[in-house]
Design a protein around this ligand. Structure first.
Ligand SMILES: *Cc1c(COP(=O)(O)O)cnc(C)c1O
Length: 389
């Protein structure tokens, strides 16, 4: 019998859904025109891009003209932040973000901080949540932009973006949210949210890698980072990546149907079974992030007195794919900036493990993980340098 394989790293990336792949394939060869060409080959490609834009827009309650396709979620984050900072005509220099952002946001803010902006990083509570009061205290008359992620990729906590956005509206600052972890997984409706810009990425929602989108509310001015042929309303030049855009559109269509099939409830039940099972079976382990205000597919724990990296490797050997800390910082010995911002000490945060479920995760998968995980921890603790200390 084949050994069981359980992929629990869906926050890092998801597999392309079969329907998505099938929708994409003709656009690599049979329908390979440039969407900007006026002949039939071009028109066929243009039609596909338009339809995909409608599907992505409709997933988040936006208008198609408010969606700009980009080369990734990271590219959309950069476009939102640099594009709106450089477009400001009032000379405002103060920008705000949180201490738990993805590197695509955090490093962009740090860079702007060295290049003419004044940056405030908002602290978070013990769940990794940005409290609206902290934004109220930090926001100023010269605050141009606030960017706070919708849900955190490392600990799954969902931020109160409705309240945060409302504070920005009141004070005349732009509000951007990185919604890469939420779109396609929980309802996101910009027609009901005080959000000016919102980032999405296809590969976190069963679409292809290397394609993202930025929602830009009608009337918001941003400058392009890439000049050229004027594609994407002049905001992101470059020939449209037709196949990937089609894949993103199909993934959005699938996700909007999933809202109705109860996938959110199904996966969150499995998540709770996993998290409850882990803390019941592994002594000195605890859940990181918020228990209820969290992504339905997202589990994260800390196992005291050992390294998450060691767990990752032994879980991998058992056919289970998880991550320790954030994927971007793994391999380095720097503890996660998210866990440190939540108040965890260095040693404890080294024992962090993230287990993120997907559409194909089953009860049997969870049973298998709950069988394999505790003995791995026991073994590692016997070998641990922290033993007895
Ligand atoms: C994955 C991720 C990104 C980056 O998206 P890419 O398409 O991989 O560039 C940005 N923000 C968050 C919260 C993410 O999880």
């Amino acid at each position: 019998m084949e050994p069981r394989k359980v992929y629990l790293d869906n926050s890092a990336t998801t597999a392309v859904a079969e329907d998505v792949l099938n929708a994409m394939l003709p656009y690599f060869s049979a329908i390979a025109g440039n969407p900007n060409s006026l002949h039939q080959w071009g028109r066929d490609a243009r039609r596909a891009v338009d339809e995909a834009r409608e599907n992505v827009a409709s997933l988040i309650g936006a208008k198609p003209t408010e969606i700009v396709f980009t080369g990734s979620g990271s590219a959309a984050d950069n476009l939102a932040i640099k594009g709106s900072v450089w477009a400001d005509k009032k000379g405002r220099k103060h920008i705000i973000t949180s201490a738990i952002e993805h590197h695509a946001i955090m490093d962009t803010f740090k860079w702007l901080g060295k290049n003419g902006c004044e940056v405030t990083f908002l602290p978070v509570d013990e769940f990794g949540m940005v409290r609206p009061e902290t934004l109220k205290e930090a926001i100023r008359d010269d605050t141009l932009l606030v960017s706070v992620m919708h849900a955190n990729n490392e600990v799954g906590t969902i931020n109160p973006i409705e309240e945060l956005g409302a504070i920005c509206r009141e004070r005349g600052a732009l509000f951007h949210t990185d919604a890469v972890q939420t779109t396609g997984h929980i309802p996101v409706d910009v027609s009901n949210l005080p959000v000016d810009m919102l980032t999405m990425s296809a590969h976190k929602m069963y679409g292809p890698k290397g394609i993202g989108a930025l929602y830009i509310r009608k009337g918001i001015k941003i400058v392009p980072l890439v000049h050229g042929g004027g594609q994407e309303y002049g905001i992101r030049s470059g020939t449209e990546n037709t196949a990937e855009i089609v894949g993103f559109g199909e993934a959005a269509k699938l996700a909007s149907r999933l809202h109705e099939t109860g996938e959110e409830a199904r996966v969150s039940r499995l998540r709770d079974k996993l998290l409850d099972g882990i803390i019941a079976r592994i002594p000195n382990s605890f859940i990181t992030g918020h228990r209820t205000k969290r992504l339905p597919f997202h589990g994260s724990v800390c196992v005291k007195m050992i390294e998450g990296e060691g767990i990752l490797l032994r879980m991998d050997y058992a056919g289970i794919g998880v991550s320790s800390g954030s994927a971007c910082t793994s391999g380095s010995l720097e503890p996660s900036h998210v866990l440190l911002a939540m108040g965890l000490d260095h040693a404890t945060s080294h024992g962090s493990v993230r287990l993120t479920l997907g559409r194909d995760t089953t009860d049997e998968d969870i049973d298998y993980v709950l069988e394999k995980f505790p003995p791995i921890v026991e073994l590692l603790r016997k070998m641990s340098p922290y033993k007895g200390g």
